[in-house]
Design a protein around this ligand. Structure first.
Ligand code: PHB
Length: 395
């Protein structure tokens, strides 16, 4: 229905243009000469600000190159995926079939990603994943046309176990949202924490995007662990930090997390986040010219501080720019395009990274501590973390 309406509308536009004497072939050529970039991101719900940061970062990378890809102008198309997995396939199809995008940038939520993934595999459209860490996308279901610029869900937590045990925190409670991202973050945590000699005394969870933490916090208080480790993100993470502190737990039980817990939420969390320790492939305070320049430029352009999501969006832009340049803007030259994306080195604000064979970043993980309104880097928790890409066979 939608596509028929669009076709009719186009026909009407054609007739209208012809009758006003416009040179239609010229218009058509000009349009097909433009690259069509589709954003499928959350613009509402608990991850809304993550979607905005990713789009901002992506646009900033392109703006630095005069707004072009391989010499071609760019048209943008947007769909709000609401972090709703039930609409994942339908929303991706809207961009691919209705808007005929050359590249689909998306998304944040792992469940929604699997909808995009189905459409990417069925249609062959180029998909760049600027956040969602779902393992399958670059493991058993990896695909030649799917590249991730962010992380796999277990990458940050693979770096978390050792610093916890090093600090004498050997009995921990794990808490998260029960969905792919939380489950897979747990896999990394379980591996690194038990390898380091820690014991997980309880696993707690609640459905995404539920933020009724009270009963679970009461349970944590009665369990008296040395530490709590978690995966939360976005507005839900800010609420968790505030509730954890309001329950008084921040004074007695050290809180750890994969770094999403403290990304983009430090203003909303206020003092509640102070002292929280996390592992992540980025830190605000990385003292490199590249990061400082990025932060300055982003703050100037968008009147807000960048976070890891902005960096991932920016890197997605850098990757696509490299690919488009390699094929002189001809994105239909897929083999050459994918070769360029696979072989890219990204000079990112997070530090330089390269693509693994299964199309996921090989990157350092930093240990950070929240000090005031900043994620302060303490050091590298684990160097060159590469997802194993288990089961990936590129067709
Ligand atoms: C995910 O669903 O994969 C996800 C969402 C938000 C994050 C990280 C991972 O911050």
């Amino acid at each position: 229905m939608t596509s028929r309406r669009v076709v009719l509308t186009r026909t009407a536009a054609v007739i209208g243009a012809a009758s006003t004497g416009l040179l239609l072939p010229e218009i058509v050529r000009a349009q097909s000469n433009r690259v069509r970039v589709g954003f499928m991101l959350p613009y509402t719900g608990t991850f809304a600000q993550l979607g905005v940061a990713i789009e901002n970062g992506f646009r900033m990378a392109l703006d630095e190159k005069g707004g072009k890809l391989g010499g071609r102008e760019v048209d943008f198309f947007k769909v709000d995926d609401e972090s709703n997995p039930a609409k994942g396939v339908e929303n991706a199809q809207r961009l691919v079939q209705r808007d005929r995008v050359d590249v689909l940038i998306g998304t944040v939520h792992s469940g929604v990603q699997m909808g995009i993934h189905r459409v990417a595999r069925e249609t062959g459209v180029l998909n760049l994943i600027p956040n969602a860490g779902v393992h399958a996308a670059t493991r058993a279901q990896c695909a030649p046309n799917v590249f991730r610029t962010s992380f796999t869900n277990s990458q940050p937590t693979l770096a978390l176990g050792k610093p916890m045990v090093d600090r004498g925190h050997k009995r921990a409670v794990w808490i998260t949202w029960n969905y792919a991202a939380g489950d897979e973050a747990f896999e990394g945590f379980e591996q690194s924490y038990t390898e380091a000699g820690g014991t997980i005394i309880r696993k707690l969870g609640l459905p995404f995007p539920n933020v009724e933490f009270q009963a679970l916090l009461t349970e944590i208080a009665s369990l008296r662990p040395d530490a709590v480790a978690c995966f939360f993100a976005g507005a839900g993470a800010a609420k968790f930090l505030r509730d954890y502190a309001a329950a008084g737990l921040n004074r007695t039980i050290q809180l750890y997390g994969s770094g999403f817990l403290t990304e983009g939420v430090l203003d909303a969390a206020g003092d509640a986040a102070n002292g929280v320790l996390t592992t992540m492939h980025y830190s605000d305070s990385l003292d490199t010219p590249r990061n400082k320049q990025f932060r300055l430029e982003y703050a100037k352009a968008f009147r807000m501080q960048p976070d890891v999501y902005a960096v991932q969006g920016y890197d997605t832009g850098l990757l696509l720019i490299q690919g488009a340049q390699a094929v002189n803007g001809d994105l239909s030259n897929k083999q050459a395009l994918y070769d360029a994306l696979r072989g890219a080195t990204i000079d990112s604000p997070r530090g330089k990274w390269t693509m693994s064979k299964s199309h996921n970043p090989i990157q350092d993980m930093y240990l950070r501590e929240v000090v005031g309104r900043e994620n302060k880097v303490i050091g590298i928790a684990r160097k060159a973390v590469e997802d194993p890409g288990t089961g990936c066979r590129m067709a």
